[in-house]
Design a binder for this molecule. Structure first.
Ligand code: ADP
Length: 744
């Protein structure tokens, strides 16, 4: 204790201690209060904390249960995903299994043209067994394909193929390509772009198809060779048959013209008609076999279609007349008549159709109609139809009749002969000409066969119908029994600017008003109109107009002045010649014997080159009626010599001669003509072969026409008449007693 403290009184020290104690008590109280407050605070906190804990525990519970639900959902989705994956894997596996089972190659490329997947066939094409691990590009695959396909070829070939293969996939439409791999397999490579620029490649294995095709083409070649051999055999056989038949038919024809007893005539006629029938059959079979072997070719040349039609009708006229049916032609007057086409084949079609029409018609008429429309560049679409009033064909047979060896089997049809090849050949010929054929028919009423072909005209179109000089006649009276004939004649005459009155019969004509004032009477001879009687009636009634009698060729005209014969059916050119002759009689009369000039001119010179004696005899007999000078040459050398000496206007040239044949002889004559600058002499080949096999070379050998053996008198005569030179007299003497008037 220090001195101050020692100095304080005890009381003071007590007071001081009391004060200290009080202060400590107050501090204590203070602290207790603070403690209490802190406790309260603490209790509040504790409560809040425990509430928070409860709350959080609840939240945790909720979260836990939500997590439970989610866990359930996730495992469902997982299951679903696993199932989907499994299904996708199965589908993919199946797809690839399927792609592996096919014989074709399949591959997929991405849009950078890297291989994504390929089946084993595809891999085998590039020499792989498994899908390569390294990336492989389309271009590398093409390189490998090129190596395997063109192993032995030059690198440029492979390169060119590679370039082409790459270039082709640049476009949208990718052209397929065929590849022949070195291992013998053939593939057709077909590629297609996918939606996302992928490339899908399919390599179709066409090995079997290629092999089959090769087998087929080998078989076809063999069949064609057999067919060619068959055709050649048939052609040779037909040659062998035709040559002796020439003698048989030709001589029989001549025999028929001599004086015979009825029995002898029957025999001779039978020989002739049987021979002709046999030849027709040979021709059909030969033609058909040629068409079959696709050896039949067309040889187009300018020809007169109207004349061709009339020639066919003239040929059929005798059998038509026998039955009393008329065969008429209606050639569109506004059509040219000359076209460029295969005359022989057009004629064959017309002969078949008209021949059938006449064959299957017992009464009424057969009418051939030719109409046409211009198709530009001088070409005409010609519609040629042949209608008849014959037995007709049932609807169910119509399709079959164009088939080979097809004939309608019925009572009404059985009486007719035929091979059943005619229409099959006809249709094939029309096909070959690029045309079409059709038929309409009504049993008991008749049939109409038609065909349509396009041919170029062989004459300036405008001159087709216009006469050179005006026709001076004005009025014409037409007399014809059949309505169709009247209509045709009327139309023909009207195009020449003539006024036409048409009558059905002679009586009607005599009674027709103005009959006395006509410039020409054109009458069609028929069983009901006897030409001579009719003309007599006219003259008795004071009608002096010239009369033209339209009659079948070979008909004798009545020996009366002012009567002319015109061949029926009436050819437009013949009609024009008649009208011209009547318009300008001084020009036409010349020698003074009616229409045809004659007189003191030289005879036509005809040279026949023929090695066979019998055929020479047949030929000379056939032209015996003609007013011509006839020379013969027995071989090619003689022929050239005769041509020099005799200067013929026309040569008939046998083609198959020993030594220098007809072709060589013709060529020698043509060469001599060229050297001497002489006009070419018309040369008509006589051949034993069917026309088309000779047609090709005939043009190049300088032959103008051909005739097929056996020779027919009518064909020889019409050929001679077609080549009469201007300075020679007409070979058919008009002064002969049997033909007192002119036939135009
Ligand atoms: P075919 O040599 O028998 O005449 P086609 O091929 O020419 O042979 O004709 C086949 C068949 O078609 C004939 O047999 C006949 O039944 C029938 N036919 C052809 N044309 C006519 C026609 N104008 N009228 C009636 N039937 C016809």
């Amino acid at each position: 204790m220090n001195r101050a403290e020692t100095g304080l009184s005890y009381i003071e020290r007590l007071a001081r201690e009391r004060r200290g104690r009080l202060a400590a008590e107050r501090l204590l109280e203070q602290k207790q209060r603070e403690l209490f407050a802190a406790n309260v605070q603490l209790a509040r906190h504790a409560r809040a904390l425990s509430e928070e804990i409860v709350e959080q525990r609840h939240g945790l519970e909720v979260a836990r249960s939500e997590a439970e639900v989610l866990r359930g959902q996730t495992s469902d989705a997982l299951n679903e995903l696993q199932r989907a994956n499994a299904a996708a894997r199965t589908a993919e596996r199946r797809l690839w299994e399927a792609l592996e089972t096919i014989r074709d190659g399949f591959a997929l490329f991405d849009k950078r043209q890297r291989l994504i997947a390929a089946n084993r066939v595809y891999l085998s094409m590039i020499g792989e067994e498994e899908m390569p691990l390294a990336e492989i590009a389309y271009s590398d695959i093409v390189t490998r394909l090129a190596e395997r396909a063109f192993a032995g070829a030059a690198p440029e070939v492979r390169h060119a193929w590679h370039e082409a293969m790459i270039a082709r996939i640049a476009g949208d439409e990718i052209e397929p390509r065929v590849i022949h791999l070195g291992d013998g397999r053939h593939f057709r490579l077909m590629d297609r772009r996918g939606t996302f620029g992928d490339l899908v490649s399919l390599a179709r294995d066409i090995t079997q198809a290629v092999a089959r095709e090769a087998e087929l083409s080998e078989a076809r070649e063999k069949a064609e060779a057999a067919s060619r051999a068959k055709s050649a055999f048939l052609a040779n056989m037909s040659h062998e048959i035709r040559t002796p038949m020439n003698g048989v038919v030709g001589m029989a024809e001549l025999l028929c013209e001599t004086v015979l007893t009825d029995e002898q005539r029957l025999c001779a006629e039978t020989i002739r008609s049987s021979g002709e029938a046999l030849l027709a059959i040979i021709n059909d079979v030969l033609d058909y076999s040629k068409i079959e072997a696709q050896r039949l070719k067309l040889y187009p040349e300018p020809f007169d279609l109207e004349r061709c039609l009339h020639e066919v009708i003239l040929l059929l006229q005798p059998s038509a007349q026998e039955k009393g049916i008329s065969v008429l032609a209606d050639f569109d007057l506004f059509l040219p008549t000359r076209f460029i086409g295969d005359r022989g084949r057009v004629r064959q079609i017309l002969t078949n159709l008209l021949g059938n029409a006449v064959k299957f018609t017992q009464s009424g008429h057969v009418l051939a109609r030719v109409v046409g429309i211009e198709r530009g560049e001088g070409r005409f679409e010609l519609h040629i139809s042949v209608e008849d009033t014959g037995i007709g064909i049932k609807a169910e047979h119509l399709d079959a009749i164009f088939g080979e060896f097809s004939q309608v089997e019925s009572e009404s049809n059985r009486q007719f002969e035929g091979t059943g090849l005619g229409l099959a050949i006809t249709r094939q010929l029309v096909d070959l000409m690029g045309g079409t054929m059709w038929v309409e028919s009504e049993p008991g009423e008749g049939s109409c066969f038609g065909f349509r072909i396009i041919l170029p005209a062989a004459e300036p179109i405008a001159t087709g119908i216009a006469p050179q000089r005006p026709v001076r006649l004005r009025k014409v009276l037409v007399v014809a029994d059949a309505q169709i004939s009247r209509a045709i004649l009327q139309r023909q005459l009207e195009t020449f600017g003539l006024a036409v009155t048409a009558c059905r019969s002679g009586d009607e004509a005599l009674a027709a008003p103005g009959a006395g004032a006509v410039d020409l009477i054109l009458a069609e001879q028929s069983p009901r109109l006897d030409g001579a009687g009719f003309v007599r009636g006219l003259r008795e009634s004071g009608i002096a107009a010239p009369v033209a009698l339209a009659a079948a060729e070979g008909t004798t005209a009545p020996d009366m002045p002012g009567v002319h014969l015109i061949a029926q059916p009436v050819l437009r050119s013949a009609l024009f010649r008649l009208l011209e002759a009547l318009s300008y009689p001084a020009l036409a009369q010349g020698g003074g014997d009616g229409v045809s000039p004659g007189g003191a001119r030289r005879p036509m010179r005809v040279l026949a080159v023929e090695d066979n004696r019998t055929n020479q005899l047949v030929f000379s007999k056939m032209v015996a009626d003609l007013d011509i000078e006839l020379g013969f040459a027995g071989d090619g050398h003689q022929a050239v010599a005769e041509w020099r000496r005799f200067r013929p206007d026309l040569i008939f040239m046998d083609i198959s001669m020993p030594g220098m044949d007809g072709r060589e002889t013709t060529a020698a004559i043509r060469a001599a003509e060229m050297a001497g600058d002489l006009a070419p002499v018309p040369i008509v080949a006589l051949t034993a072969h069917a026309p088309d096999s000779d047609g090709a070379w005939s043009l190049e050998a300088g032959i103008d026409r051909w005739l097929t053996k056996p020779l027919k008198k009518s064909a020889i005569l019409s050929t001679v008449l077609a080549f009469v030179p201007a300075d020679a007299r007409p070979p058919l003497s008009l002064a002969r007693p049997s033909q007192p008037s002119a036939t135009i």
